[in-house]
Write a protein that binds this ligand. Structure first.
Ligand SMILES: [Ca+2]
Ligand SMILES: [Ca+2]
Length: 505
């Protein structure tokens, strides 16, 4: 097996493109190659046997904007591996996250239920999954898949029924409370119910949280190469805090104006060279994608592995003196779209979505089908040969992906979020988009076909359309069940390392 691939080719496969932005991964690549060498003896002489059902890899970035990778128009940040993914699979141009922020978006992804039905509808520790909530991981686990997640969970924490081990994951490595996943050099991380201490981070910035989770993910893929496996990789970058290992930032030094971008939240890191740091974070993420693809190739399982790459919501805003907003704007991080993470405009909701599955999906294809995160569960059920549960909101994308059969289309997509002023909401039907940021405001109407930037509110000219879409939104909303948890305080001082904290803290 080992002789079937070239070591140098493997490393180079991870570092294509004009800049050596992948070179920061030599440490991981070296580890990986060692692991494969050690496994060489146990790997069969032929490629791993094709499992009955395809392996599934679901990679999700955190706060990666629609325009932050090259294949969606990014010009300043290098993402050769994600771009290659698109050239080898299908790129969706009208894909929508479950919601405009983390927790609810993940709830839609895991349950196949849109925001009017899904159990977790806000970034709120009182909200988590209950036993009766059915996740895609549970469905695939029951179908015989080995299931694992690596990254940010956000749908329940230790001692609650929302814990990932209670919701279909045999293994989960990462952070359960999403606030914990804001920190990239934590003191500890979870591996199932065990707290893994990163003592080295008490002495300084040594282990980047994502690298730790990523290595665990690669390990899982190697161990389960005979499949079928479901690996969910919700990486925690490029979400701020704004920090990345120097090797990833270095290629961008001097390429952009040097801007200090600080974090207004206590004990969070900012950057002296924020634009270079952010670009480095995106390229670091891109390197992970390269690692995963290279590993699938090395293990001989790429052909029958369906890999989805997406982001949980749009590009970031806010920050001290609006530093993150300006950062996103500098890179045109949300492309031509209006708004950012946390808003119902396209920039908050529309995300990159790429599917690579060499056995079934034609390389270099594109789809403008209007899809949402609720479609992931039924798609993966069909992949795994499991019956799709009744009463979910998504549709399988297999007809589009395989260019066969009849694709069921959404009449519309719906989002909501309860703010202090009440429930804000939005919907898309055909070319039309309605946005009502809170119940005290009149709905805004846009025609995305001729106004992708949502600049021209034409609600007054189209009262019938507004009425139809308001009715659609009214029907899509079901009252949320009572929050199961009391809510917990998430202080930072026990899990984040930094020069401002001594090891005694
Ligand atoms: Ca997010
Ligand atoms: Ca469950």
């Amino acid at each position: 097996m080992v002789s079937r691939f070239s070591m140098s080719g493997f490393i180079h496969a991870r570092c294509p493109g004009p800049m050596a932005v992948g070179s920061q991964f030599h440490k991981i690549a070296g580890w990986l190659i060692l692991a494969i060498l050690l496994l060489g003896r146990v790997l069969s002489a032929t490629a791993a046997e094709t499992p009955v059902h395809p392996n599934v890899l679901l990679i999700m970035a955190d706060d990666l904007g629609y325009g932050e990778v090259g294949c969606y128009g990014q010009k300043r940040i290098q993402t050769p591996n994600v771009d290659k993914l698109a050239s080898q699979g299908m790129r969706f141009t009208q894909a929508y996250a479950g919601c405009h922020v983390c927790q609810p978006s993940r709830s839609v992804l895991m349950t196949g239920l849109h925001m009017g039905h899904t159990p977790v509808r806000a970034n709120d520790t009182r909200q988590y999954l209950l036993p009766e909530d059915v996740t895609v991981a549970e469905l695939l686990q029951e179908a015989g898949y080995e299931t694992a997640g690596f990254g940010k969970w956000g749908l329940g924490y230790e001692g609650t029924p929302g814990h990932p081990n209670q919701q279909g994951f045999d293994l989960f490595v990462g952070q359960y409370l999403q606030v914990h996943a804001h920190f990239h050099y934590p003191f500890w991380m979870w591996k199932n119910e065990e707290k893994v201490y990163l003592e080295e981070n008490r002495r300084g910035r040594n282990t980047y949280a994502n690298d730790f989770m990523h290595e665990a993910a690669l390990n899982f893929i190697i161990e389960n190469r005979d499949g079928p496996f479901f690996a969910y990789l919700p990486y925690i970058i490029p979400h701020v805090e704004l920090v990345v290992p120097e090797e990833s930032e270095q290629p961008y030094r001097g390429k952009f104006p040097k801007r200090v971008i600080l974090d207004p939240r206590k004990d969070y890191l900012g950057s002296e060279d924020g634009l270079a740091t952010f670009a480095g974070m995106v390229s670091h993420l891109d390197g992970y994608v390269g690692d995963v693809i290279a590993l699938l190739n090395v293990l001989g399982i790429a052909e029958n592995t369906i890999l989805i790459f997406t982001s949980d919501n749009g590009g970031q805003n806010g920050g001290q003196d609006q530093g993150w907003t300006k950062m996103t704007d500098y890179f045109a991080g949300n492309g031509p779209l209006r708004g950012y993470k946390g808003t119902f405009y396209e920039g908050g909701l529309r995300v990159p979505f790429i599917v690579r599955w060499p056995a079934k999906v034609k390389a270099g294809t594109e789809s403008d089908l209007m899809i949402g995160f609720q479609d992931v569960l039924p798609t993966l059920c069909e992949v795994a040969g499991v019956a799709v549960p009744d009463n979910i909101d998504g549709h399988s994308l297999i007809p589009t992906l395989t260019d066969s059969g009849e694709q069921t289309r959404h009449e519309g997509l719906y989002w909501e979020y309860a703010f202090r002023q009440g429930i804000g909401r939005a919907a898309r039907m055909g070319d039309w988009k309605i946005v009502q940021p809170n119940p005290n405001r009149d709905p805004e109407l846009y025609n995305l076909k001729r106004d992708i930037g949502e600049t021209d509110d034409i609600a007054a000219q189209h009262p019938d359309r507004v009425e139809e879409m308001v009715k659609f939104m009214d029907n899509a909303h079901e009252p949320q069940r009572p929050h199961p948890g009391p809510g917990i305080k998430t202080g930072v001082r026990d899990y984040v390392a930094g020069p401002w904290l001594s090891s005694e803290n």
